[in-house]
Ligand binder design. Structure first.
Ligand SMILES: Nc1ncnc2c1ncn2[C@@H]1O[C@H](COP(=O)(O)OP(=O)(O)OP(=O)(O)O)[C@@H](O)[C@H]1O
Ligand SMILES: [Mg+2]
Length: 215
């Protein structure tokens, strides 16, 4: 089944920087796409477009079989598509780790007790329950990476968009994260990474972004 269909998307930043040009991409159930491309080719921009955080100047986006255009359209899909931001500081904004990880579940309508339980369970799965009461902005880069991942997985999204998930992780932590993700029942995911071993372990298809489109 087709989950995300992107057809002929173009995108230009307000300063005139043309990033995407006629890009098409299709994500089907079972797809584990490794998205490659040099720095500045627009990989992160593409993820933001898929979630409706940026509006394309041209083209069509269909998600779960429905055309998505308005903020209202995209709001409905954001709980089903977990986006791991490239920069953890864009993801973490609460005074404690547990609040950050419980934020999504609370937003989905769980009560405080359920959301906290879900957050603790997710931290446990990632092996970082010990960070529960830490202040997110005082964590190290790698620690923030794991907590960011927890804020997404706690919502149990069907699709994952992972922007450089293993950047800044040591070898052992990287392996643990990959194994958590491999056991996660996602319908499909797209992963951006410059780390060869991450792409190899986590993809069954490879796309390359070049000159504004998928090569
Ligand atoms: N807010 C912005 N305004 C203008 N240009 C921007 C803005 N954000 C990003 N860009 C530019 O758009 C291009 C694509 O950026 P993007 O972050 O999508 O690249 P990327 O493929 O994710 O790169 P990297 O591998 O370094 O993460 C880059 O040239 C970048 O400088
Ligand atoms: Mg990027």
């Amino acid at each position: 089944m087709s989950l995300i269909d992107i057809e002929g998307i173009s995108f230009q930043y307000p300063n005139g920087n043309q990033v995407l040009e006629g890009l098409s991409l299709h994500l089907e159930e079972g797809d584990k796409i490794g998205l490659l491309g040099e720095n500045g080719t627009g990989k992160t921009t593409l993820f933001h477009i898929i979630l409706g955080l940026l509006k394309p100047t041209k083209g069509e986006i269909t998600i779960f079989g429905k055309r998505r255009e308005t903020e209202q359209d995209f709001k409905k899909i954001r709980r089903s598509i977990g986006l791991l931001f490239q920069d953890s500081d864009d993801q973490l904004f609460c005074p404690s780790v547990i609040e950050d990880v419980a934020f999504g579940p609370l937003n989905m309508g769980m009560n405080h007790h359920e959301a906290t339980e879900r957050a603790e369970q997710t931290l446990e799965e990632l092996g970082i329950l010990r960070f529960r009461d830490r202040v997110p902005y005082q964590l190290s880069g790698g620690e923030k990476r794991l907590v960011s991942m927890a804020t997404i997985l706690s919502m149990r999204p069907e699709i994952l968009l992972l922007d450089e998930p293993t950047t800044g992780l040591d070898e052992k932590t990287k392996k643990r994260l990959i194994s958590v993700l491999q056991n996660y029942p996602a319908k499909a995911w797209i992963i951006i990474s410059h780390v060869q071993s991450t792409i190899e372990a986590m993809s069954n298809k490879y796309y390359k972004l070049n000159e504004g489109r998928i090569a």
